[in-house]
Design a protein around this ligand. Sequence first.
Ligand code: FES
Length: 648
Amino acid sequence: MAKQVVFTPSGRRGSFPEGTSVLDAARSLGVDLDSVCGGRGICGRCQVTVGSRPGMEARDDRLSARAATETDYHARRPLGEGRRLGCAALIVDDVVIDVPSDSQVHRQVVRKRAGVDALPVDPVVRLHYIEVTEPDLASPTGDLERVQEALSTQWQLRGLSVVPYVLQRLQTTLRKGDWKVTVAVRDESEIIGIWPGFRDVALGAAFDVGSTTIAGHLCDLLTGAVLASSGRMNPQIGFGEDLMSRVSYVMMNEGGAERLTSVVRGALDDLIGELVSAAGVDRTDILELTVVGNPIMHHLVLGLDPRELGTAPFALVTTSALHTPAALLGLSVHPGARVYTLPCIAGHVGADAAGAVLSEGPHRRDDLQLLVDVGTNAELVLGNRNRLLAASSPTGPAFEGAQISSGQRAAPGAIERVRVDRETVEPRFQVIGQEPWSDEEGFDASVVTGICGSGIIEVIAELFLAGVIASDGTIVERPESDRVVRHDRTFSYVLSEEPRIEVTQNDVRAIQLAKAALHAGARLLMDHYGVDQVDQIRLAGAFGSHIDPIYAMVLGMIPDCDLARVSAAGNAAGVGAMMALLSGVARREIEEVALRVEKVETAVEPRFQEHFVAAMAIPHKTDPYLELAKVVDLPARTVSAEGRRRRR
Ligand code: FES
């Protein structure tokens, strides 16, 4: 007699003959219930529990009693309270079946570790256990054809191709596994791995290749768990600090591109070694990788010539997402593994911006989000679900401490936080690697080596608030304080006497130029969108996560906005790479979104220069920064009539 079955949380329902397995019922209704072993009681991924609904209480006897396969499985890996194997439990009465999230192929994984709360998991590489018919003289088909037949009948996977590596090992593996093997299938279209017997290890690695650092995460493709995370400096730094100097190196040195490609690939491979040893796994367990990076890093990792990216019109070799065999990139992982590179958006807005968009999701929002990734080249995305615009702005390396007299990268010994007394203009500061502030007990001045980007932003913003720096960026004379010292026709501010660290007029100018470029880029996007204000600002990237939003706004790096809605996004690009690693749906999403992003080219926009000039002032020449003024006492300055009109 037919029994009613309802699956939760999907709500799918149907009636099935008594004795149907829960897995078969789920499959026929299209319910998301996982399986690697194809219903043989080996993998344990099909676990369900009996649920309830009004008028139908949860009772164990709505399913058959535990069968031998379940008892065997339970002896190897104990099943949790009330858990049943969906492939072994048979329907004997009307029943509600709960599919827990860890038994769903497409699920949300909640985690804090990599700076993200929840990730969708539906990886493009999946494992399938199959039992293959042995050859005999009566039916002389090839071993591959019988593997394909098994995948078709046991997994409904048809027309699969196979990578050469698998073909070379096919016969020995089939015989070694006694005609029972596990295959890894990528994108439901290609067999990329084969192992004798049952196997349930499938790992992936996601990388964010920045011009300064490379970050990597090792993930379990079956569960979405992050097994290890690590980072290291990009060794290309030895060929040039910033992106443009690396492109110059390529232009001026025969074989330069190949050298840069070789060192960055070497660093990725070393990082893979670190990740697998930290997780206690094998390199060959890695079946899929993803990479994000700015356009120049993206091209260099892939071995594509980046020279066109050095000059207008900044043409990319391709904007499309790519799937490249890992072996071609010199990465020692599973021989069938592929590297997925996210799409690039434009010549200066790369796969890293695509990753940040994927993780921050402006295209999933109703309100207007400005996403800012601050680096040598700021990448900006503005929009919501209706429309997305992107631009890059040539901020230069000042925010990273370059071009600053005592500047340095954010590393131990760098001053990163600064406060300046509004009356006495005396400073206090904090350095990376030391808890106490400079005026607190235990502070060790001997470790101070310089000032990093966030420190320089804070000191200039604080000096502006204390009246030491005027709105036009000039350091003004302060006769009553020996902190302000004269050098010919300009003044400097002495932040530290021992070691001597000064903020010079040139330092302030370098930061003004950088922040004006960033602000002008954002303003240009707002012009194109037709708005004067954004609802939310997210500061992405290592630097964006390090700067205090209030100082970024006092300086006028970013447009005026409700300060409560300005926040750090962490390594959004890296999280995007991880999302693309764990989810085919996420890949399709970003590929579709990247196509519809409208590119705004700052270099050819006549209004960019106009915005740039107005943004040289601190915080801005004409914008009154009314939101900022609600939380900070801004020094009096002249606000033009146009500025007031624009904000009304
Ligand atoms: S499907 Fe593998 S144990 Fe049930």
